[in-house]
Design a protein around this ligand. Structure first.
Ligand SMILES: [Zn+2]
Length: 487
């Protein structure tokens, strides 16, 4: 086994104590297989209004029974320049003296602001925040999500919420309770709270009716002018309403906070013949491909996500040049299909077939799909969401029980591109039976290995493609792809 680090534990969610200027977005316990050391890593986010220059945390080691396993370890983060919304800490190891440590509790004990003032410790406990809820998981209808974005802004991605003295805007940004409007995008909290589902449904229905009328008129005009102009539907077409929610399954402890502006291409919904609602256009909104207007309002696009970084463009252009265009590609496990796309396909000596798929013009998502020879019944589909910086995966694995019966399981999850390393474990966030859709949590453990190796397989193919194209994995946002940055 050559993997250097094994992940032993992950914090159950983001941690927050009322009044704190920082959130502990995520945390993991890693075992260094070379030295036997066990270390923690925390990812912190400044949700206060002042810039931060130093932070002290206290991390309490726990044993495998969850009992305290020695004294808390104090750790300083120094020489920071963490402005509001800034994230840091994720590359800094916090070693534990006792290698039998298997979990930990974390708390921030002191924050030093750039102006010299101090905060901490918190009066209350550090508790797990409830997870962010992507719009799709709440509204469960693509057209309803679109309507929400029409009403509240193109950058809406999560359902707003108030918790522990903070509120999270629909754009993903965290605000203080005393702030009436989002500091990042200016949306007003009261307006967001005034959300009315019935009203939203009514305006969606009215819009769809208008769009259908317009489409019918257009088709009538077109059929007089020329025989059947092919309808253009570049985007993946959802076969199951609400599936987009699955794609965002846990965008992860903290890749939120991106003020997105997307290229316009609206209007082409209801391809394939004008179905009323969800099953139409617009997969993308979940994962970052929504087709609303470009950057609404005065978002300064602060957090610097590379929307169309040139290496990504280079990669997609390569696929378009070297690949072949196809009318339709199905992803059985997801399940969606993609129309009018470019596919760059290869077959390995082992018989494994795989391809990269690029949209005709949109570079935000890159799809990968691999299928093993029939007898192994394994396949993996994933996509790289460059803009949001994560990889969403969904492998299907067949398991043979002691009695010889075979069952296929679908694993779902996602990982942060910047945090992905070639030797990390990849844990699915959910496992279900392919046929029944029933949850199968008891299989999570054994299937994690398959998930990890399928993920590595996929990303290895990407790194080969990068080599072929002449760009590096770092260019694509994989930071120190070969080795995590831990001494
Ligand atoms: Zn906002």
């Amino acid at each position: 086994m050559s993997e250097r680090y094994t992940r032993l534990f992950t914090l159950p969610g983001s941690l927050y104590a009322q009044g704190s200027p920082l959130i502990i977005l995520a945390g993991a316990l890693l075992k260094d297989n070379q030295t036997g050391r066990v270390l923690a890593q925390l990812k912190l986010k400044n949700v206060g209004t002042k810039s931060v220059k130093a932070v002290k945390v206290s991390v309490t080691p726990l044993d495998s029974a969850g009992m305290e396993n020695g004294q808390p370890v104090e750790h300083p983060y120094l020489d920071l320049h963490a402005a509001r919304d800034g994230e840091f800490g994720q590359k800094e190891p916090i070693p534990f003296p006792d290698p039998t440590t298997r979990a930990f509790r974390g708390a921030i004990t002191q924050v030093v602001f750039t102006d010299g003032s101090l905060w901490g410790p918190a009066e209350g406990a550090w508790e797990v925040l409830s997870p962010s809820r992507p719009l799709e998981s709440v509204l469960r209808d693509q057209e309803l999500c679109k309507e929400y974005q029409i009403q509240y802004g193109a950058n809406c991605r999560v359902f707003p919420r108030e918790e522990a003295g903070l509120w999270q805007c629909a754009c993903g940004a965290w605000n203080r309770q005393e702030e009436e409007s989002c500091h990042a995008c200016g949306k007003n909290l009261d307006q967001l709270k005034g959300f009315d589902l019935e009203q939203l449904k009514a305006s969606r229905d009215a819009r769809l009716a208008r769009e259908q009328q317009a489409m019918a008129a257009q088709q009538a005009a077109a059929s007089q002018a020329a025989p059947a102009a092919p309808s253009k539907g570049n985007r993946p077409q959802w076969l199951i309403p609400g599936i987009a929610a699955l794609l965002v399954v846990l965008i992860g402890g903290g890749v939120f906070f991106v003020n997105r502006g997307k290229p316009a291409s609206s209007g082409s919904s209801a391809s394939g013949g004008g179905t009323q609602s969800a099953a139409s256009d617009d997969s993308g909104s979940a994962a970052g491909g929504d087709d609303t207007q470009s950057a609404a309002s005065g978002d300064s696009g602060n957090s610097g996500t590379a929307t169309a970084a040139s290496p990504v463009d280079t990669l997609c252009n390569f696929i378009r040049e070297e690949g072949e265009i196809r009318d339709r590609v199905d992803f059985p496990a997801f399940p969606i299909y993609y129309e009018d796309c470019y596919v760059y396909e290869k077959t390995m000596d082992s018989g494994v077939k795989y391809f990269f798929l690029a949209d005709e013009e949109d570079n935000d998502l890159l799809w990968f799909h691999a299928q093993w020879p029939v007898d192994s019944n394994m396949e993996v589909t994933l996509f790289y969401n460059w803009e949001e910086g994560f990889i969403s995966f969904m492998p299907t694995v067949e398991v043979t029980s002691n009695s010889g019966s075979k069952t296929s399981y679908i694993l779902r999850g996602s990982v942060d591109i910047a945090d992905y390393h070639a030797n990390m474990d990849v844990t699915p966030s959910s496992v279900e039976e392919a046929e029944t859709g029933a949850e199968a949590p008891e299989y999570t453990q054994p299937l994690t290995k398959s998930c990890t190796s399928l993920m590595h397989f996929s990303i290895l193919r990407l790194s080969e493609l990068c080599e072929e194209v002449g760009i590096s994995m770092d260019d694509l946002g994989f930071i120190n792809f070969e080795n995590p940055v831990i001494d």
